[in-house]
Every structure is written in C-alpha cells, then in structure tokens.
Design a binder for this molecule. Structure first.
Ligand SMILES: [Zn+2]
Ligand SMILES: [Zn+2]
Length: 188
C-alpha cells in the first residue's frame, strides 16, 4: 500500500536557451507529491506517517521554496550572485530563517544562505523529479513522484528497495540501534 503526501514550493526559474517564453525568469507554485510504498506496519496500521514524510522531505525541499533555481551554465547566475553580494545578502541574512539542509548531488547543489539551487540540467518538472528522487531515495521507499508547475506536470514510478524498519508504536524509521528516535521503543 502507499502513503501519499504533497508539498507546495514557490520558486523562480527559467529555461536557459529554450525557444519560448520560459527563457525569461518567472515563478511558480509547484506541487510535489511523494508516494511511499511498503507493507502496512501492523502496529500503527499505516505504511508510513505522512507527517514524517513531510519532515524528512521538507529538510531538503525547503531549499527550493522561495528560491531561485538556475542551471549551472546560466549567465544570470554570476549576475545575481553579484547583486546579492553587493546587497550583503549572499551569505545569509537574519531574516532568511527557513533554510534547508545544504546538499550537493550530481544533479543539483543547494546554497541555502542565498536561497539558490544550481542544477546540472534545466529544472523542468521532469528535471525536478530526478533531483528529488536522488535526494530522498535512501531515506524513503519512494514508489512515485509527481510534480506539477503551471500547466506542466510529470510523474515517474520507482522500484522501492530500502528495507526500512518502522516503529510499531509511532510508525517512523528505527535508527541503526533499532531504537525509535521519537518514542524510544527498542526492537527486541
Ligand atoms: Zn516555469
Ligand atoms: Zn516510535
């Protein structure tokens, strides 16, 4: 069975070199849906708590919210960093609080201090699905990711492969020692 949860992401991007309006900088509210698949955990009668999927995923997804997403070869990138630098916000600002965990994968690098994500490929809905799967595939048994942004939508299905041991009392992933980090349950 599957546990399914969605996230709203407000971001700006553009398709550098694309022949169409999308080559101009513009923004979206993107909706990302993550479907986690597993057996039903009998203790709690759920696959995986959706609020826990939210917590695990939001740690990295926060990087895309109120952020600018640009491809690594986009000439806007140095121009924007220059403006941020001169304005004194490139390396953070006291009001820039909702920061995600910085990450670097072959597909994308997040710079939470200036709310920027630099991507290897153009951040289409397809590109975003690849980036998100890569970031979360070890932490969650992701069976499907859907991303919609304006009139664009994409989805991809994945083979789940992690053997995630879940707490029978609250449903979340047990740590390496077999202990639940939330309620302290210990596997016998
Ligand atoms: Zn767009
Ligand atoms: Zn627990």
């Amino acid at each position: 069975m599957r546990s399914i949860t969605t996230f709203d992401l407000q971001y700006a991007h553009r398709f550098y070199g694309f022949q169409g309006e999308a080559q101009y900088l513009h923004g979206h509210t993107g909706v990302l849906t993550i479907e986690v698949e597993d057996t039903v955990n009998e203790g709690v009668n759920m696959v995986y708590p959706c609020n826990e999927i939210q917590k695990v995923a939001w740690d990295v997804l926060k990087n895309f919210d109120h952020a600018l997403v640009l491809r690594e070869d986009d000439p806007l990138l140095p121009a924007i960093l220059d403006v941020y630098e001169k304005q004194g916000i490139k390396n953070g600002h006291p009001q820039n609080k909702m920061k995600g965990e910085a990450f670097k994968t072959p597909l994308a690098t997040a710079y939470p201090d200036c709310r920027l994500v630099v991507t290897k490929e153009t951040m289409t809905v397809e590109g975003m699905i690849k980036i998100v799967y890569d970031l979360l595939k070890e932490k969650l048994n992701i069976a499907k990711i859907t991303f919609t942004s304006g009139v664009n939508a994409g989805s991809a299905e994945f083979e789940t492969k992690n053997n995630i041991e879940r707490c029978p009392l609250c449903g979340i992933t047990l740590n390496k020692e077999g202990v639940c980090p939330k309620c302290g349950y210990k596997k016998k």
